[in-house]
Design a protein around this ligand. Structure first.
Ligand SMILES: Cc1ncc(COP(=O)(O)O)c(C=O)c1O
Length: 384
C-alpha cells in the first residue's frame, strides 16, 4: 500500500452530508450508490467520441443487474468472459448476437456454454486455444488478440494475454488450415490510459497487419476490436473522452469503410456512476496521528485500491478548520486493509461518514467476504 499515491480529499460542510446520511438511514452502511443516469451519459459520450464504433460493455467492471439493464436498454453490446456473466445476460434477456466472448483462455465447457447461449465470436491468442475450436469450426468466428505492452498504464493488460504482432500471420494461417476463420484482430492497450498513444500505435499496427494479410489471403480480416482503457477522473488530470478519442479516430481512418470496429469499454461507462458511503466505526490515537476505522475497506468496495491500483477521490464532512495527518483503515483484522495513509483530515468521530467518488468500476466487482464483514449494499438511485 505504501507505494500507492494518497487519494485527493475534499472537506465539505457537515450540512452537505445530509442527503447521504438519509440514504444510510434508509439502507444501512456501507453503501455503493449507483446512478444509471451517469451510465447513460457516459455511453452517449463515448458513442459520440467514437462514431461508427460498436460498444461492448466489459461486464467484469461492474456486473450489477442495474448496470446491465441500463446498458441493454441503450442498445449496448456486451463483452463476456465467463459462463457466470452469460447467466447474468440471460436474466436480462440480452440477445446473444449482442455479445462477444473475449477471454483468451477457455475450457471446452466455457465454449459450449457460450455457443448454447448463441454467442459465436470468440477471442484467442495462441494455437492451443485455436485448436479448441476445431469441433465447432462451422459455428464460430475468431478474433486474434495481439499484445501491445503498456507498462506505464496502471493495469497492463498485455502482460498476460496476446500474441506478438509478428505471430499474427502464422496463427491466422494455422487457424485457416484447421477450417477456422480468423475474422480480425483485437487488443487491450491497458486500463485507465491517460494518453491515447498506445491505442493509436496499436490501431496503426493492426491496420497495417490486416491490410497486408488481406492482399495475400482469400479469407480476409474485416474486424478490429480496440478493447477498453478509456480513462476516468480519479483526481489527476484526465483528458476528456472527446480529446482522448480524437487520435484514435484519426488512426481508424486507415481502415477500409467495410471494416467493423468494436470497443470493449468497462471503467469509462460505470466508474463515475458509483459513490461509496462508509461510516467511521472506531477511532484511535497512534504515534503517526489519528486512525479512523471505516465499515468498508480493501476487502470490499475499496478492493480496487489493491487489484485495480486505483486511488479514489474521498470526501469527509466537518466544520472544524483543524487538519491532522490521519489514516483511514478498513474494518478487517488485516493490516493491509488501509484505504488512505497520512492524509490531511479534520478530526472525525464515530458515526461520521466518509465518501469515495468514482467508485463504480472494479470495486464491488472484486469485493470478497474476508472476515465475514457484510459487503456493502448496492443501491440504485437517479439522484445520488
Ligand atoms: C478483455 C478485456 N476487455 C475490456 C476490458 C475493460 O477495460 P477498461 O475497464 O479499461 O475499459 C478488460 C479489463 O480487464 C479486459 O480484460
Amino acid at each position: 500500500m505504501d507505494s500507492l499515491p494518497a487519494p485527493p480529499v475534499v472537506v465539505r460542510s457537515q450540512a452537505d452530508s445530509e442527503p447521504l446520511r438519509a440514504l444510510l438511514a434508509r439502507h444501512g452502511s456501507p453503501l455503493l450508490v449507483l446512478d444509471p443516469d451517469i451510465i447513460r451519459q457516459r455511453y452517449q459520450a463515448l458513442t459520440a467520441a467514437l462514431p461508427g464504433v460498436k460498444l461492448y460493455f466489459a461486464i467484469k467492471a461492474n456486473p450489477h443487474p442495474s448496470v446491465l439493464s441500463t446498458l441493454a436498454a441503450l442498445g449496448s453490446g456486451f463483452d463476456i468472459a465467463t459462463s457466470g456473466e452469460i447467466d447474468l445476460l440471460k436474466a436480462e434477456r440480452v440477445s446473444p448476437e449482442r455479445c462477444i466472448h473475449t477471454h483468451p483462455i477457455k475450457r471446452d465447457q466455457d465454449i459450449r456454454d457460450a455457443l448454447r447461449f448463441g454467442c459465436t465470436t470468440f477471442v484467442v491468442d495462441n494455437l492451443s486455444e485455436i485448436a479448441k475450436f476445431s469441433p465447432y469450426r462451422k459455428r464460430v468466428g475468431l478474433l486474434l488478440r495481439v499484445s501491445f505492452p503498456n507498462p506505464d498504464s496502471p493495469v497492463d493488460l498485455s502482460r498476460k494475454f496476446g500474441c506478438t504482432p509478428e505471430q499474427v500471420v502464422a496463427l491466422a494461417e494455422q487457424a485457416d488450415a484447421l477450417g477456422l476463420h480468423v475474422k480480425g484482430l483485437s487488443f487491450h492497450a491497458g486500463s485507465q490510459c491517460l494518453s491515447p498513444e498506445n491505442h493509436q500505435l496499436a490501431i496503426a499496427r493492426c491496420a497495417e497487419l490486416m491490410l497486408d494479410y488481406n492482399r495475400r489471403h482469400e479469407r480476409p480480416f474485416s474486424i478490429l476490436d480496440i478493447g477498453g482503457g478509456f480513462p476516468v477522473p480519479y483526481g489527476v488530470d484526465t483528458p476528456t473522452i472527446t480529446d482522448f478519442c480524437q487520435p484514435l479516430r484519426a488512426a481508424l481512418a486507415a481502415l477500409p469503410p467495410h471494416f467493423t470496429v468494436l470497443a470493449e469499454p468497462g471503467r469509462f461507462l460505470v466508474a463515475e456512476a458509483g459513490t461509496a458511503i462508509t461510516t467511521v466505526i472506531g477511532t484511535a490515537e497512534r504515534p503517526g496521528g489519528p486512525w479512523y476505522y471505516l465499515d468498508d475497506g480493501v476487502y470490499d468496495l475499496f478492493s480496487g485500491r489493491i487489484y485495480d491500483h486505483a486511488t479514489y477521490p474521498l470526501e469527509v464532512f466537518s466544520d472544524d478548520a483543524k487538519r491532522l495527518p490521519s489514516t483511514l483503515a478498513g474494518p478487517t483484522c488485516d493490516s493491509i486493509d488501509v484505504v488512505a495513509e497520512q492524509v490531511a483530515l479534520p478530526p472525525l468521530e464515530i458515526g461520521d461518514i466518509v465518501v469515495g467518488r468514482v467508485m463504480g468500476a472494479y470495486t464491488n466487482a472484486s469485493a470478497t467476504d474476508f472476515n465475514l464483514f457484510p459487503r456493502a449494499r448496492v443501491v440504485v438511485t437517479e439522484s445520488a
